[in-house]
Design a protein around this ligand. Sequence first.
Ligand SMILES: Nc1ncnc2c1ncn2[C@@H]1O[C@H](COP(=O)(O)OP(=O)(O)OP(=O)(O)O)[C@@H](O)[C@H]1O
Ligand SMILES: [Mg+2]
Length: 317
Amino acid sequence: MPLLDIRNLSVSIPTSEGEVHAVRAVSLEIERGEVHGVIGESGCGKTMTGMAVLGLAPKGARIVADRFNFDGEDLRERAAQLRGRRIGMIAQDPAAALNPVLSIARQMDDVIRAHRDLPHRGRHAEAVELLAATGLPDPERVLRSYPHQLSGGMQQRVVIAQALATGAEFLIADEPTTALDVSVGAQVLALLRKLVTERGLTVLMITHDMDVIAEACDRATVLYAGRSVETGPVDAVLQSPGHPYTRALLAALPDAAPLGARLAAIEGSIPPPRSAIAGCAFASRCPQALQQCAATPPPGRNRAAHRWLCHLPEDAA
Ligand SMILES: Nc1ncnc2c1ncn2[C@@H]1O[C@H](COP(=O)(O)OP(=O)(O)OP(=O)(O)O)[C@@H](O)[C@H]1O
Ligand SMILES: [Mg+2]
């Protein structure tokens, strides 16, 4: 049984201008011990999917799913209890996640005290151990610091240490390296991978960056307009993508273009989140679209554990 098991999740948000379909049909199966990347263009529902798992969808949001389970528990009832105990979160901007007027010692202690029954001394030792586990070289000095005295990479390590302090085994990392320099971001990804191995963590890694998928993930799911359109082992998804949208994302990578050439952006834009979608949401932008694509929902295709939704026959992929 997958640790996170989502089948056909939709999240609809009522607004004064009508209902926003932030997530339309997302399926995700994440096994224990894997780093699972979720990738797609801005507005495709990556963050809202993560928020729904955390029980943090906006007030009034309607959450519907055929299955929405964490370790066999229904997240529609249990998300708030699981959050901060078994499910943790690493946000995009570590500076915003930390309180600027409190020392790191105080902020680490607050988290440890909330989750562990330890005397003051034991909590201090735990804070030192957790900060060291995230690769911070001088934990005692970090504890005496305030957030602004630390670099972005150090701040993100503190945020990761806080997530570990809760004892959470499943972490949702929403663009955890976007606010960091490329080299520092790569170090943070390497750290997450190391923690997955050493502590048996499972990570849902949200990103719009194929390099993050290639470098840090075991399996990946591609979202388009609120739907999961392709999922599978990273090697299969990157090397023989089944969905034309995934191929377009890969073709848009700077590496695919000769040096100095214009970046191949995908033409067109995602359907507005208030619109109804009859067939394949990518049809209007798809260079290989067939007549039936706009009106008829695409069937599932697969090569072993690599699955996607498309009208094109498998050998066209
Ligand atoms: N509170 C809200 N009220 C109304 N619509 C919302 C709300 N939050 C998100 N949305 C809409 O839901 C859709 C999905 O948003 P989401 O933030 O999940 O996208 P994303 O994939 O994380 O994008 P990005 O890469 O820009 O972070 C978007 O159309 C967004 O405008
Ligand atoms: Mg987002």
